[in-house]
Design a binder for this molecule. Structure first.
Ligand code: FA5
Length: 339
C-alpha cells in the first residue's frame, strides 16, 4: 500500500486528482481507515505494531500529499507568471486621436464670435411642434409658403424642424425688454425632404439669429451680415444680397457668396451660377412679434438663418456636402490643423 500510495501521489497531475488520491488513501472510507477498522481481526500481540505502522504510513501520506500540493500550486503560479509576462520592450500602442468635425469648427467659431457681440446662445428642440416651427412664425396651416420647406411630420402636431426659426418664437415669448434688447443665436440640426446633391442634404445645420429692440434698421442687418461674411471668409470672397421672400420677415433677403470652386465663373458645384446661397434674413415681420405678445409699433428687429454646411463648404473648399455625413476618417482628419 505504501508504494502504491506514494506512486499515486506522484502521478496526480492536478489538485482535483490529488484530492481523490487523498480520500482514497487516508479519507474516512480510505484504505488506512479500513485497516484500522479491521484491527479486531489482528492477533492482540500484533495490534500495537500494526497500529503504529498505520499511523506512520498516514503521517507519510499526509506529508507527501502536502508536498505534492505545494508543488502543484507553485507550478500553477509559475505558469500564470509566464502567461502574463509583459514584454516591456514592445512599442506602445497609440490611440487614434479624433478631431473636431468641420461643421463644429464653424459652429464653435461663430458662437464665440456672437457671444463676443453680446448675443446669448439658445438651443431649441429638434423635434419641434407645428406651433413654434410654423404657426408662431406667421405660417398658418393652409399657408402656401409651407411648401418652401418639405417637412418630415411625426404626427399632426410634431415634426422634425425644417428650420431653427422656431427658436425665435420661443425666445420672443419669454424676453423681458425692461432688461435690455434681445440678441440671440440658436444653432442646431434641421431636416427636410430635399433631394441630396452636392449642396443639399436632407439633414443639415442652421444657426438662427435674432435681434429685437427699438430703432433697429435694415442697415443694422446688412452690417451684421457683412461682418459675419468677412469674419468667416476673409476680405476677398465676394458676397451679394438678393431680395427674397420669407413669411416671417419683411422685407426679406438672401445672401450669396461667390463660389470657391470657380471664382464666380460657374461650375457644377454652384450649378453654373457663380454663387452659393448661404443664408436667409430680413426684418422681423410684425405678426411674429405680435404672436409673441410684443407691441410691433414699439419694437422691431432683424433675423437671419445661416446654413452652416454651406458656410463650411465655402470656407474649406468642400465640393460635396455629403462628405460631412459619411464619416470617412480620411476626410475628417484633414481638419485637425484647423482646431
Ligand atoms: C430658412 O430656413 C429660413 N428659416 C431662414 C431665415 C431665418 C430667413 C430668419 C429669415 C429670417 P432657407 O430655407 O433659405 O431659409 O434656408 C436657409 C439656409 O439654409 C440656406 O440659405 C442654405 O444655406 C441652407 N439650406 C437650405 N436647405 C438646405 C439643404 N437641403 N442642405 C443644406 N443647406 C441648406
Amino acid at each position: 500500500l505504501r508504494e502504491q500510495g506514494l506512486d499515486e501521489i506522484k502521478k496526480a497531475s492536478n489538485e482535483k486528482k490529488l484530492n481523490d488520491v487523498r480520500v482514497e488513501l487516508i479519507g474516512r472510507k480510505g484504505e488506512l481507515t479500513k485497516i484500522l477498522h479491521s484491527m479486531k481481526e489482528v492477533a492482540p500481540e500484533d495490534r500495537r505494531e500494526v497500529g503504529q505502522k498505520v499511523n506512520e504510513l498516514r503521517d507519510l501520506f499526509n506529508q507527501r500529499l502536502g508536498e505534492a500540493k505545494d508543488e502543484l500550486v507553485k507550478a500553477l503560479i509559475q505558469k500564470r507568471l509566464e502567461d502574463e509576462k509583459i514584454d516591456v520592450t514592445l512599442p506602445g500602442r497609440t490611440s487614434a486621436l479624433g478631431s473636431k468635425h468641420p461643421l463644429y469648427l464653424i459652429l464653435d467659431d461663430l458662437e464665440s464670435y456672437f457671444i463676443g457681440m453680446g448675443y446669448k446662445v439658445v438651443q431649441g428642440p429638434e423635434i419641434e411642434t407645428d406651433h413654434y416651427c410654423f404657426e408662431m412664425m406667421n405660417l398658418p396651416k393652409d399657408h402656401p409658403a409651407r411648401d418652401m420647406q418639405a417637412t418630415f411630420y411625426i404626427d399632426s402636431e410634431d415634426l422634425l424642424r425644417t428650420q431653427t426659426s422656431g427658436d425665435q418664437a420661443r425666445v420672443l415669448e419669454k424676453h423681458d425688454f425692461s432688461q435690455g434688447p434681445l440678441k440671440m443665436v440658436g444653432p442646431g440640426k434641421v431636416y427636410r425632404r430635399d433631394d441630396d446633391d452636392a449642396t443639399h442634404s436632407h439633414q443639415f445645420m442652421q444657426m438662427e439669429g435674432l435681434v429685437v429692440d427699438k430703432n433697429i434698421t435694415m442697415s443694422d442687418l446688412k452690417g451684421t451680415l457683412d461682418m459675419i461674411a468677412k469674419h468667416v471668409f476673409g476680405q476677398d470672397r465676394e458676397t451679394r444680397l438678393r431680395p427674397s421672400y420669407f413669411p416671417f420677415t419683411e422685407p426679406s433677403v438672401e445672401m450669396d457668396v461667390s463660389c470657391f470652386n470657380c471664382d464666380g465663373k460657374g461650375c457644377p458645384v454652384c450649378k453654373y451660377t457663380g454663387w452659393i446661397e448661404v443664408l436667409g434674413a430680413g426684418m422681423v415681420h410684425p405678426n411674429v412679434l405680435e404672436n409673441a405678445g410684443i407691441d410691433s409699433t414699439v419694437y422691431g428687429g432683424f433675423a437671419f438663418g445661416l446654413g452652416l454646411d454651406r458656410f463650411a463648404i465655402l470656407k474649406y473648399g468642400i465640393d460635396d456636402i455629403r462628405d460631412f455625413y459619411t464619416n470617412d476618417v480620411r476626410f475628417l482628419k484633414q481638419f485637425r490643423k484647423e482646431e
